[in-house]
Structure formats: C-alpha cells, structure tokens
Design a protein around this ligand. Sequence first.
Ligand code: SF4
Length: 378
Amino acid sequence: MPNRTPPPATRAKGLGRRLAELRGPDVPARALDARALAALAANPGCARRAILDGAGVDKARLASALGAPSGFGQSQFALTRGNAFEARVKADGGAELLRLAHTRLDPGAEPPAGAAVPDLTAHGPEGRTARTALALREATRAGGWTLLDHPMLALDVAGSFAFLEPDAVVVHPDGSWSVVEIKSFPMLDGSADPAKVGAAARQAAVYVLALEKVAARLDPVPRVRHRVLLVCPKDFSNLAAGRAVDVRKQRAVTARQLARLTRIEEIAEALPEGVCFAPDRSAEQLTAAVAAVPATYAPECLSACELAFHCRERSREAGAVTRLGRSLRAELGGLSTVEDVLAAARGETGEPDDPAVAALRRAAALRAEALAEVSACP
Ligand code: SF4
C-alpha cells in the first residue's frame, strides 16, 4: 500500500493556502504578538480563537463587522507614550537599559561599557528571524555585553509559525540571554500594579520559550534566563526603573497550554467549504462563518480577546454555563446549560447520585425552605 501522506513542506503549503482562503483574498495576515499568544494560551480549548489567530485574521476588525466592537487593546495615546519612553531607554546604544540589566540581573558581571548593538535589519520576518539567530550566536561566542534591539523570534503555535518581537534581548558576558520588557505603566517606589506586571510576565514567558528554541540549536546550548528585566517609568517621571521578574511559573503554564492547542490544520480541515472571514463580507456571512468554529467562552475572554462581546452574546443565547465562570462550570460536571441545571435542581432530570445533581437538589430544597419561612412570617 503506497504512503499517501503528503510530505511536510507540501502540507505546510496546503495549510498556508487554506489559511489565506479563510482570511480572504488579498487580505494581509495580521502578525501574532506575544500578548495575543499569552491570551491564546490562557484559553487553549477555544478553536475559534486558534483558527482566527492562526489565519492572521484581524479580530478587532471582525468584531466591529459583527456589530460587537470590543474596545480591547491599547489607545493611540498609550502607544505613543510607550514608544517615546522606549526610545529614551534605548538611547545612547542602550546605555541605561544595559545599566539596569547589569544591576538587576547580573551585578557580579563586568559593567556593560562599550556593549555591542548589532544591526538586525533583514527582509521579511523570516529574514529577521535568521538575522537574530546569527547575531545571538555571534554575541554568545564573542563574550561581553550585547543588546539586541527588537530582535525577531519564531515560535511554532499549533502547527503554524508566529513571529514575535520582544522589546530587547540582552546577551550577558557569561553567554546567557535575558528578555527585556519595556512598559509605560509607572513603577512607584520599586513596585508596580501587580495585574500589569503579571500580564508583562506572561508576555515575557512567551519570548523566553521562543528564545529557548533558538538556544537549543546552538552547541553548547546557551542558558536562557528565567528572570526577565521589566523596565518602567520611575514614579511618573521620564526616568527608567528596572525590576527583575521571575517568569518560571508563567513559562511552564504557557508551554503546557500551547502544547494543548488543537492543531490549526485539524480545525481548518473540519470547517465547511466556503467559510471566510474577509472584512468585505456581510455581517450575516461573517456571523455564520464565526459560528462554524466552536468556541469556549469564559468571562476571562473579556480582558483577553477582541471577540469577547460577540461570543458572550452567543453564549448567553445558548444558555451556556461557561459564561458564569470556569470554576462554576467545573462544579456542574456534565450540566452545560442553565436549563439543564434548573431541570436537575427541580428533580426533573439527572441521576440522584451525581454529586452536582445532588448538590443542586439540596440547594433547591434549602431555598424552598427559606422562602416558606419568609412567607410564614407575620
Ligand atoms: S472571546 Fe470567543 S473567540 Fe475569543 S477566546 Fe473567548 S470564546 Fe474564544
């Protein structure tokens, strides 16, 4: 029997074509950044998000076309302020940034005077990824401090490559590598908003994973540090403050979640012919296309995905219990809709020895008892 499985290169081309069809003719692919990847890893069961991100669909535009714009993402003002702060931190060959890397991450090393800042210019994301890998190898061999300004890294996400651009990567004199995240939220007396630091740590963890893939191809394998450098404005001023953030936990969680993502190839194959998310389609066509891909909405989507309002509405219409939160969903076992839950509580459906059903009936009995007592009161 001849082997009919196409070779990997042919399969990759076929997948690329299919993803381009889903995106729409002549619609450029939107790059997947670490923020999006961290959010994707936070909801690994959502095939809808996986295929939209894998195909490079602009989800913010799609959400608007569906009539449910999210307002998710950074304002233009915040972007401009962030870019200006980053430029200041990286001025003079990154002297301030390297000083912070030295004091916060590697105080025992020699001071970073005369650090190298290699040119990473190349054509296209693939070219920039190759140029970054070469610069990292050369810097590791050369010793001393090197600053890679906006390097490009590639990470295999569910069978399709995502190109990632950290703010900076520092190569230390001992040959180890560190990720640098530059944010525009303030650091007051050395501490910042824990939620914002947590989000930055999740993004940095994605970069650490991508850097580890580059390191694994070198011999000897350089150490990728799991303490990253977070740089923020100091006390609302223009000065920079740095803090080392341990991302071991975020790295482990993200690696596990990314490994659980359903392969984009499988999701694409399961979609009916003609499904397309092109922005020039009508709202009805786009609604049908989005509905063709299963989603797992949870309240966490509201702070992580541009389609959250659309998916929340659909989840509400379907009476799905997932919209009440993942922990409650887990407590309810096989009961997946509000209707099922109420029927089980009333004793109309469900096995009495099912712990979820038993708990619901007990709760319903207690409620009835309490209401009876209230109505019996004079
Ligand atoms: S908002 Fe919708 S598409 Fe986005 S992760 Fe949640 S369920 Fe998936």
